[in-house]
Design a protein around this ligand. Structure first.
Ligand SMILES: Nc1ncnc2c1ncn2[C@@H]1O[C@H](COP(=O)(O)OP(=O)(O)OP(=O)(O)O)[C@@H](O)[C@H]1O
Ligand SMILES: [Mg+2]
Length: 500
């Protein structure tokens, strides 16, 4: 293989936050024409490393070199000017505008010296850039009406427009479906061939092997290893990440099933889902599989009364319930662990302790007041149980790493006295070790006779952990497969999720 030129290099970077050293002497070299994977447990320092590269954080010590020259970024704009672009998980897209406006945001092209914007040029350029990534774009469409995959492409397009030499992708596939992920990989490979240096962060081991030429593993703010991916196995990678090998990724327990805990009949919402009927028993883990957009989350938002429902019935322990608000749902002992931790799951400005107490304040009350000691005790226990990486339960939730925020969302609900737990993409964005923790929590719940619904786009996880799986496609149930059936496999589920 030919040696690639260095695009950017980090040398012995140290970055401290109050009470924590997020980067502890990390070095990393990104080369042109190479896809470099970055992996590590939640809180290992990946996002901090990225933010150092993009000028968001200033390193306390260490050097950054662009094409061999030492640079000091005064801020994100400066890093951008030097050719470093980043697509964060929270995209920088304005939903009301179209692709061109988003692409040229802050950088609008004027006609000569006039005040008029040169849309002719900008539209042409937008099309051209998208075409260079093999993407068709509809300029009459506002971004709010586009899928996650296409929005990411627009963000990547922005970096091409700025003639970036380095493109950083922080967990780009966590909100993409299978097809969109394929598209993204094609584009990344295309950019690589054109000589871009790409840094790719993911918790999905298969993706690292599929896409990356080299991979760097981080642990506790330190660099562990950088190695060619074709010289290592998945087990090696896990061992580098976690510090030990993990033999059983899906520690499923089977417990005797009890009565039906919840039954849903003919639930419909016009244009969203139609005639959805299913039930889940005590002691059972029921999976909901399907493509992104199949309507799975929407069904449970309907049951939980987070959104209106047109028709249908919900029975809990055999009795029909009228759930009119999320408060009603909680009273009926339904817990809903949402997939969107930023939007619905967490109050980012509040400390971990308050977030964990959020849905079960009543249990923590002493007379009219909240029992502060109890609240803290509960938070401490939860942090320990879920191995949330933080120096203190008083840390702002927003300052936790992405995966640790997800754990707080889980912590918030497992302390309630709910009987029915709906987990929506529970392991999105969390590392392999923590995934097993989440599965163990699910095991504990069913052992206590609780009913668990797990919505997941990751089939290995559905197959590994569920007793039964319901498959949805375009708002309808298109399959139901029991663990004991010979059809309980990837192909059958995919068929039910795809076929027209
Ligand atoms: N703004 C901040 N203030 C205080 N601490 C922070 C801040 N940002 C990150 N940290 C801490 O730095 C450490 C590294 O966090 P970072 O977000 O880099 O992890 P990560 O590897 O990206 O994890 P994940 O896989 O969960 O996204 C964590 O202990 C985190 O709590
Ligand atoms: Mg992160």
């Amino acid at each position: 293989m030919k040696e690639h030129e260095t695009a950017v290099e980090l040398r012995d970077i140290i970055k401290n936050f109050p009470g924590v050293r997020a980067l502890d002497g990390v070095s990393l070299t990104l080369k042109k024409g190479e896809v470099h994977g970055l992996i590590g447990e939640n809180g290992a320092g990946k996002s901090t490393l990225i933010k150092t590269l993009t000028g968001v954080h200033k390193p306390d010590q260490g050097k950054i070199l662009c094409e061999g020259q030492e640079v000091v970024f005064s801020g994100p704009l400066d890093a951008k000017k030097k050719g470093i672009a980043c697509v964060y998980q929270e995209l920088n897209i304005v939903a009301e505008l179209n692709a061109t406006d988003n692409m040229f945001m802050g950088n609008m092209k004027k006609k000569g010296n006039s005040f008029f914007l040169d849309y002719g040029y900008m539209n042409r350029k937008t099309k051209e850039v998208m075409k260079s990534m093999n993407q068709e774009i509809d300029l009459t469409k506002i971004c709010g009406n586009m899928g996650m995959g296409q929005l990411q492409m627009i963000e990547i397009g922005k970096s091409i427009l700025q003639e970036a030499k380095v493109l950083i992708l922080d967990e780009p596939t966590s909100s993409l479906g299978e097809q969109e992920t394929k598209e993204l990989f094609k584009t990344v490979n295309l950019l690589k061939e054109q000589g871009m240096a790409i840094l790719f962060v993911s918790h999905k081991l298969e993706e690292i092997f599929e896409l990356c030429d080299v991979v760097t593993v981080m642990r506790d703010g330190k660099h562990v290893v950088t190695m060619d991916t074709d010289k290592m196995t998945q087990d090696d990678l896990i061992t580098y990440m976690v510090g030990r090998s993990l033999s059983n990724l899906y520690p499923k327990v089977e417990v005797p099933k009890g009565d039906v805990a919840m039954e849903v009949k003919h639930l419909s919402r016009k244009g969203v889902y139609n005639d959805v009927t299913f039930s889940v028993r005590k002691g059972e883990v029921l999976g909901f599989a399907g493509l992104v957009g199949a309507g799975r989350t929407e069904v449970f938002r309907g049951i939980f009364a987070a959104d209106p429902v047109d028709s249908g019935e919900v029975y809990i322990n055999g009795k029909q319930c009228r759930i009119k608000s999320p408060g009603d749902a909680i009273k009926n002992k339904i817990a809903f662990l949402t997939e969107d931790r930023k939007g619905q799951g967490l109050v980012l400005d509040e400390p971990i302790s308050k977030n964990i107490a959020m849905v079960n304040m009543l249990n923590l009350q002493k007379g009219l007041f909240v029992d502060d000691r109890k609240l803290k005790e509960q938070a401490e226990n939860t942090v320990k149980k879920l191995k949330i990486k933080t120096e203190s339960i008083e840390k702002k939730s927003g300052d936790l790493s992405g995966g640790n925020q997800q754990k707080v969302v889980i912590g918030k609900w497992i302390n309630t006295d709910a009987e029915i737990f709906v987990f929506d993409e529970p392991t999105r964005g969390i590392d392999v070790g923590a995934k097993i923790e989440v599965y163990n929590i699910i095991n504990d719940l069913v052992k206590e006779g609780k009913a668990v619904v797990m919505i997941s786009s990751e089939l290995p996880e559905i197959l590994g952990m569920c007793d039964r799986v319901v498959v949805m496609r375009s708002g309808r149930i298109t399959g139901e497969i029991d663990r004991k059936s010979e059809d309980f496999n990837q192909e059958s589920i995919m068929r039910a999720a795809w076929e027209v």
